[in-house]
Design a protein around this ligand. Structure first.
Ligand SMILES: Nc1ncnc2c1ncn2[C@@H]1O[C@H](COP(=O)(O)OP(=O)(O)OP(=O)(O)O)[C@@H](O)[C@H]1O
Length: 365
C-alpha cells in the first residue's frame, strides 16, 4: 500500500454501502487508488456485510485490481484498480444480499470495459432496502438507455429473505461514451403495468388479490389509460424459498418510467402490501419529477461519467442522492448543481467528464 490513495470517509451523509459501491466503481473506471474508512458507520452493524464483500471482490476482478481489508465486518479497505477487462464474472452473496446492488457496483465498470461482460450473479433478487431485480431491469434499464447504454439477460431463479439463492445472468456491451440526458418534461402517464408475485408456500390467490387491489386503486386514479397488473405464483424451479411482493411501473408521454414496489413479510397482509406499492408509485408520479426517488441516486454516476451536460428534474433530493453527488465530486471532475424550482421540484444538472472506453486495439505485426 503506497499511501497515494484518495481517502473516502464511509460515514458521510447516508453512511451506508452505497458510498463503497460508488467509490469503488469510480475508482476502477478512472484508475484512481482509494482508501475507504468508517465503512457503513451510519448503520446498526457497521463494516462489510457479505453482499458488500462480494461486490468488492468482483469489482477487483473486473479491473485486475488489488484489494486489502476485504473481510466481513471490516471498516476499512484499500483498493488499487488495474485495467478494466471484458469476459465472464460471477458473484454470490450467499445470503439474500441483493443482486441488484451487485449490479450497481459492476455495471458502470462493465460499460467502459474493452470487450463485452457477462455476469452470473447469485443472491436475493427481491430483497428489502434495495432495488428488486424487476426494478433494475425496467426502471434502471430505461434510464440507462437514455444515456445510450443497455444490457440484457435473464432472471433464472428468484431468491428472497433470508435464504437468497436467486440467479441472474446479464450481458453488457461496452459503450464508447455515455451521452448526456435532458429529462425535464415529465409529461402525463400513458400506461401502468406490474406484477404481484408469491413463491413457495404462499397461494396464487394472494398474488391475484394483490394484483386486483392495485389494479382497482390505480385505475380509479388514472381513468382511461391502460392498467395491467397480473398475479403470479413463481414456478418452484424458478424460486428458492418463500416470498411475496409487488412491482408496479408507470410510463409517461415523454418516456419517463417510475417504479413503486413492496415486499410481503412472513405473514402476508395483501392489503398492506398493495397499499404500500400503490402509494410508492403514486408518490413518485405526483412529485412532478421525471424520475422516482430511488433512481435519483442511481443515475448520479451516469451523469458524472457522461459526455456533456445532463439535466434531470426530480422531487425532493434524497440523502442517498446527496451522498452520491458528494462521492462523484470527490472522485471525479464532474460538478453538480441543484436548483430548487418554483413548483417544488429540483433540477439536478451536471457537466459530466466524458469518460471514454479503453478500446482493445488489435496487435500490429
Ligand atoms: N424500493 C426500492 N426500489 C428501488 N431502489 C431502492 C429501493 N430501496 C432502496 N433502493 C436503492 O438501493 C440502494 C441502497 O443503498 P444503501 O447504501 O442504503 O444500501 P446497502 O448497500 O444495503 O447498505 P446499507 O446496508 O449500508 O444500507 C440505493 O441505491 C437505493 O436507491
Amino acid at each position: 500500500m503506497s499511501g497515494k490513495e484518495v481517502d473516502i470517509d464511509g460515514s458521510v451523509l447516508e453512511g451506508g454501502g452505497q458510498i463503497l459501491r460508488l467509490a469503488v466503481s469510480l475508482s476502477a473506471i478512472q484508475q484512481i487508488p482509494i482508501r475507504v474508512n468508517n465503512i457503513r458507520a451510519g448503520r446498526d452493524k457497521p463494516g462489510l456485510r457479505p453482499q458488500h464483500l462480494k461486490g468488492l471482490e468482483v469489482a477487483r476482478d473486473i479491473c485486475g485490481g488489488k484489494l486489502w481489508g476485504c473481510s466481513l465486518q471490516s471498516t476499512e479497505i484499500v483498493f488499487h484498480p488495474g485495467h478494466l477487462l471484458g469476459g465472464e464474472f460471477s458473484a454470490d452473496t450467499q445470503t439474500a444480499g441483493s443482486v441488484s446492488l451487485l449490479i450497481q457496483v459492476i455495471l458502470p465498470c462493465a460499460l467502459f470495459s474493452p470487450s463485452p461482460v457477462q455476469l452470473i450473479l447469485r443472491g436475493g433478487t427481491n430483497a428489502d432496502m434495495a432495488p428488486q431485480i424487476d426494478y433494475t431491469v425496467t426502471v434502471f434499464k430505461g434510464v440507462l438507455e437514455k444515456f445510450g447504454a443497455t444490457f440484457d439477460g435473464s432472471i433464472d431463479k428468484r431468491g428472497y429473505f433470508p435464504r437468497g439463492g436467486g440467479l441472474v445472468r446479464m450481458n453488457i456491451n461496452p459503450v464508447s461514451h455515455l451521452q448526456p440526458v435532458n429529462l425535464v418534461d415529465a409529461g402525463h402517464v400513458t400506461r401502468v403495468w406490474g406484477r404481484a408475485f408469491v413463491a413457495g408456500s404462499f397461494n396464487i390467490q394472494d398474488a391475484n388479490k394483490m394484483a386486483q387491489l392495485c389494479q382497482n386503486q390505480i385505475q380509479s386514479t388514472f381513468e382511461g389509460i391502460p392498467v395491467v397488473i397480473s398475479g403470479y405464483k413463481e414456478h418452484p424451479q424458478q424460486a428458492v424459498g418463500n416470498g411475496s411482493g409487488i412491482n408496479l411501473f408507470a410510463e409517461t408521454s415523454t418516456g419517463c418510467i417510475y417504479g413503486g414496489s413492496a415486499l410481503g413479510k412472513r405473514h402476508l397482509n395483501t392489503q398492506e402490501v398493495s397499499a404500500q406499492a400503490v402509494s410508492d408509485l403514486l408518490g413518485a408520479i405526483k412529485c412532478g419529477g421525471c424520475v422516482d426517488s430511488y433512481i435519483q441516486d442511481q443515475m448520479i454516476i451516469l451523469m458524472a461519467l457522461a459526455d456533456g451536460m445532463s439535466r434531470i428534474k426530480c422531487g425532493p433530493l434524497t440523502l442517498h442522492t446527496k451522498t452520491a453527488i458528494y462521492i462523484a465530486e470527490k472522485l471525479s471532475k464532474a460538478r453538480f448543481h441543484v436548483e430548487e424550482c418554483p413548483d417544488g421540484t429540483n433540477l439536478i444538472s451536471c457537466e459530466g467528464i466524458g469518460m471514454k472506453a479503453v478500446s482493445c486495439s488489435p496487435m500490429d505485426f
